[in-house]
Design a protein around this ligand. Structure first.
Ligand code: ZN
Length: 515
């Protein structure tokens, strides 16, 4: 008779064997991963306008037998794709898909060269995560069918992540109610994962609008009440406030409406703020201060103020059990083998943007990320809301060049080159292997939930920043996409005619400055 230890040992060997098969299957799908990465890169769609990207990616999932819900949370480009093989854990795989304004850029070219001048582009690298997840999911699905392994896979897109304007809505509307855990993937320049409070902030995104009265600016200015004066005074008020903000807080604003022409007193003006801090209470304190300053600005100008929440993101907290399990697979997979051309491109781009990092692409793995002793400020991601709803981690995968400034054309250069393709394949291996770990060992799911309930949730309780009725701001970016979509569409990647997007664009890889 076999001892318990021997049975577990045998089953561990079987699981490891299946994971190694999955790794090989992902490698065999490298070509289809490349096509998906290139294709989404070429669509270059801003938040809430991921029309081509969503229709292309869901068509692949639909063909593979996933059931798709379209237009979830009243967001036309949002979707939930589900495939079940019976009883077992429900694991969600998510990643963002939108791009960055004015980041249009030829891939593989180590200096600024827009495909379409002024157009949006993948200057954040969100074209790579869903292709990675799809490759991983299709491999796991095949193995689940072959081995009669129970469980459910859910794939979902982070719509309008750059506006942090979809994930809190998905949580509010119940799409994560029946999910056991979530693996999120995000482009980076190494292959890593962390647990605990992530570095960076959460935020509330609020637009303040002022309404005054127009008048002839020269003929009868005393009859006008300027909404622009109110918006400017609010900005000035906030800039005085800024001196007294804790250094972990971050805030920034743009004017979204400022009048039509100088000889008409502006009757409408709006200013849009991102208010960030490392914890929920800090974010809400800033929100209250901003509301007070907005009201005061309205009083000073005898105008009327209204505000609306445009986006929210909770500070992120990642699951220890999922991160530790995933990290074993990261060590197994390792970083991609970079070619001389990959390194040449990376170093040329680092030089071009005066990066302090001039070592090219990463060649050693980062350690498992543990919580920092004191919080570290920085960017936000609305995956935070999901990380407070279900046990979640973010796998960061090496599809981009280290040391770039972010949200910039330089961050698009690698994103349809072998660097992005290899990084996505490495990430897909880790995701597929980690999903198999949790499907084969549901006790790990229980442990992840135990951490979520008894460690993470002891620290903080999730309170949504949006109300039951706040609508997602789906009208944003409409004008920009109306202008640029017709100019970008001739450049969409045609995989039936070309092997790669670089080939279609006629780019020698890499293209770097002569000296
Ligand atoms: Zn991002």
């Amino acid at each position: 008779m076999l001892s318990i230890g021997a049975i577990q040992g045998q089953s561990k060997r079987f699981v490891e064997k299946q994971k190694s098969i999955a790794k090989d299957m992902v490698e065999k799908r490298h070509k289809s991963t490349q096509v998906m990465v290139d294709k989404v890169f070429s669509f270059a769609e801003l938040g809430f306008h991921e029309v081509e990207s969503s229709s292309y990616l869901t068509s692949i999932l639909e063909e593979a037998g996933f059931e798709i819900m379209y237009g979830i949370s009243n967001i036309p480009t949002a979707w939930f794709a589900k495939w079940s093989n019976g009883k077992g854990p429900t694991i969600a795989l998510g990643s963002d898909v939108d791009c960055i304004p004015k980041a249009s850029q030829y891939p593989g070219v180590a200096y600024h060269k827009p495909i379409v001048e002024g157009a949006p582009g993948h200057g954040e690298g969100h074209n790579s995560g869903l292709p990675l997840n799809i490759t991983a999911a299709l491999v796991v699905k095949e193995l689940m069918e072959k081995n009669n392994l129970g469980g459910t896979l859910v794939l979902w897109p982070g719509i309008a992540e750059e506006l942090v304007a979809s994930k809190a809505w998905f949580v509010r509307d119940g799409y994560f109610d029946d999910i056991d855990m979530c693996i999120f993937t995000h482009v980076s320049s190494n292959l890593d994962v962390s647990w605990g409070q992530s570095r960076g902030t959460g935020l509330i995104s609020v637009e303040y609008s002022f309404e005054g009265e127009s008048a002839h600016s020269a003929g009868s200015p005393w009859r006008g009440r300027s909404a622009l004066d109110a918006a400017e005074l609010m900005n000035i008020g906030w800039n005085y406030k800024r001196e007294h903000l804790h250094p972990l807080k971050r805030s920034h604003s743009i004017f979204t409406k400022s009048g039509d022409q100088p000889n008409v007193v502006p009757s409408e003006a709006s200013i849009w703020f991102y208010l960030r801090d490392v914890n929920y209470d800090g974010i809400m304190d800033m929100y209250e201060d901003a509301n007070n300053i907005a009201e005061a600005a309205a009083k000073m100008t005898d105008t009327k103020m209204t505000s609306r929440i445009v986006g929210t993101a909770w500070p992120r907290h990642f699951n220890k059990v999922i991160a530790e399990t995933m990290f074993e697979n990261i060590k197994n997979v390792g970083l991609p083998q970079w070619s001389e051309e990959d390194q040449q491109l990376a170093k040329a781009v680092q030089l071009e943007v005066n990066s302090k990092n001039n070592d090219g692409l990463a060649t050693t793995l980062s350690p498992l990320g543990a919580p920092a002793k004191t919080p570290i400020s920085g960017g936000s991601d609305d995956i935070g809301d999901i990380s407070w709803k279900v046990p979640t981690v973010t796998l960061r995968f090496p599809s981009n060049i280290p040391g770039l400034q972010g949200h910039h054309w330089s961050n698009a250069i690698a994103m349809a080159t072998p660097i992005a393709h290899k990084g996505a394949t490495a990430g897909a291996k880790v995701v597929a292997m980690t999903v198999l770990d949790f499907l084969y060992k549901p006790v790990l799911v229980d442990q992840a939930k135990d951490y979520f309930l008894n460690v993470q949730s002891k620290e903080e309780t999730y309170r949504p920043m949006i109300s039951e009725s706040d609508p997602p701001p789906v009208e944003l970016n409409t004008q920009i996409m109306r202008e640029f979509k017709p100019k970008l569409s001739p450049f969409y990647f045609d995989e039936t005619k070309y092997d790669t997007y670089l080939e279609q664009l006629g780019i020698t890889y890499p293209t770097v400055k002569k000296d």
